[in-house]
Design a protein around this ligand. Structure first.
Ligand code: MYA
Length: 433
């Protein structure tokens, strides 16, 4: 029964609708979102097959307000200067204490200052899109929202977009409708720059996701994950059995696997671009973007991203690529452990995806499994406790075999001021074995 329930939930979650209709407020009860250029639940449900991708409303840049809207008394708008280490530290502090937690409030994301530098100063970043709110008396930073410019392809259309992230309101100021004010302000600052569309991901269900993923977790240090309450001991198993289940070999197995080097950039970018063309929704990477996200040359205090390639020993061609990044979570109020070190699978690409006779993923599936198994081994060597992945790209081809377990969390993908037919997920489902 448990297995059946689990399957039911996964299937429901993959549709983008909340389980059994729970947590679904209708559009009318979304006092803020019903005023915004986003599709309603009903319209998406009714028109699934008829939706034509395109902007929802035209924005007249001349009519966009030049000044921020009024702030609540006692607070004021600020633009954060993330080049200033002190201000970066303030954003870090706010997020470390008030950002996203799991439903049981056991864990909270802990983005390092190095991570924030990486995520918020992406190529073309604008200081104006790092928006804060300070309490006037204490000068304390109490809220934040950010955007970075990206090129996003939705099927055949490439949008000049902002990616909105790190929306955070101090716990003492929650439920006072500050979030809509922040969202309207980042929207205004995007419009002012001539950017009229945005992409964002949120754990909770709002009107209306264009796609939904589920989080999967693969234990690397099961004992620690069990200690902190992240991985319960399954009925009928023992601690020893769990430790053995997640044990990994000491060495990687793919011939030609090595850390990525500067000389690989052209080949990897070419491979990654071709691989991402198979997806309906993907960022479009220039070489500058690629270097920033996947092969940063400036080494930060704390390493954020790891990139590897496979070089064919005979032809010296790059045949595969994978990367993961480092995002810790605070373990709230635990005596022994203060953080979980999590590796998140980032981008990857493999030539086996283009195999012509690949009707049943006959090469792609085993290759991905070998690569991800090596990624797990490398992450373990770097002292990560857990390896996380979402149900995007071709990930469903390896999650089960590599002993990932379905998590509670979902991640909904949203587009602002852009209507798009719902996405089926990264995997070409007709091609699954
Ligand atoms: S997702 C991460 C969000 N952050 C956290 O979860 C951290 C912990 N939580 C908090 O800090 C607060 O609870 C937040 C809400 C700030 C989330 N996205 O002020 P309120 C709606 C969008 O009374 P609070 C990320 O960073 C809610 O449905 N809307 O609520 C991406 C309700 O509206 P409606 C959200 O709990 C962010 C209203 O706000 C979210 O005190 C993308 C309630 O406001 C949410 N995560 O504060 C933002 N949470 O009545 C959108 C609640 O209508 C960007 N709400 O249901 C859109 C694109 C903009 C740019 C466009 C350019 C073209």
């Amino acid at each position: 029964l448990e297995e059946a329930m689990r399957k039911l939930n996964v299937n429901e979650m993959l549709t983008g609708l909340a389980p059994q209709g729970k947590n679904v407020k209708d559009m009318a009860s979304h006092a803020f979102w019903k005023t915004q250029p986003v599709p309603s639940f009903d319209e998406v449900a009714a028109g699934k097959d008829k939706i034509v991708d395109g902007p929802i409303k035209d924005i007249d840049i001349e009519r966009v307000r030049k000044e921020p809207s009024e702030m609540y008394p006692g607070f004021r708008w600020v633009t954060m200067d993330l080049e200033d280490e002190k201000e970066l530290e303030e954003v870090y502090e706010l997020l470390t204490n008030h950002y996203v937690e799991d439903n049981e409030a056991m864990f909270r994301f802990r983005y390092s200052p190095s991570f924030l530098n990486w995520a918020l100063k992406a190529p073309g970043w604008k200081k104006d899109w790092h928006v804060g709110v300070r309490a006037e008396k204490s000068e304390k930073l109490v809220a934040f929202i950010s955007g970075i410019p990206i090129q996003l392809r939705v099927r055949q259309n490439t949008l000049n977009c902002s990616e909105v992230n790190f929306l955070c309101v101090h716990k003492k100021l929650r439920s006072k409708r500050l979030a809509p004010v922040l969202i309207k302000e980042i929207t205004r600052r995007c419009y002012v720059e001539g950017v009229f569309q945005a992409v964002y991901t949120v754990g909770s269900l709002l009107p209306t996701p264009v796609s939904t993923c589920r989080y999967f977790h693969r234990a690397l240090d099961w004992e620690k994950l069990n200690d902190v309450g992240f991985s319960p001991l399954p009925n009928g198993s023992t601690k020893q059995r769990q430790i053995i289940r997640y044990k990994l070999p000491n060495n990687t197995s793919t011939v030609g696997l090595r850390e990525m080097e500067a000389k690989d950039v052209d080949a990897v970018l070419d491979l990654l671009k071709r691989y991402l063309e198979r997806m309906d929704l993907a960022q479009v990477f220039s070489e500058t973007d690629f270097n920033h996200w996947m092969f940063p040359t400036e080494k930060p205090k704390e390493q954020v991203v790891w990139s590897y390639v496979v070089e064919d020993p005979q032809t010296h061609k790059i045949t595969d690529y994978f990367s993961f990044y480092n995002l810790e979570s605070t373990v709230i109020g635990h005596k022994k452990h203060s953080v979980i070190k999590a590796a998140y699978l980032f981008y990857y690409a493999t030539e086996t995806a283009f195999d012509k006779g690949n009707k049943h993923n006959s090469l792609l599936k085993p290759r991905l499994n070998a690569l991800v198994n090596d990624a797990l081994i490398l992450a373990k060597k770097e002292n990560f406790d857990v390896f996380n992945a979402l149900t995007l790209l071709d990930n469903p081809l390896f999650l089960e075999q590599q002993r990932f377990g379905a998590g509670d969390g979902q991640l909904h993908y949203y587009l602002y001021n852009y209507r798009a037919a719902p996405l089926g997920g990264g995997v070409d489902r007709n091609n699954l074995p």
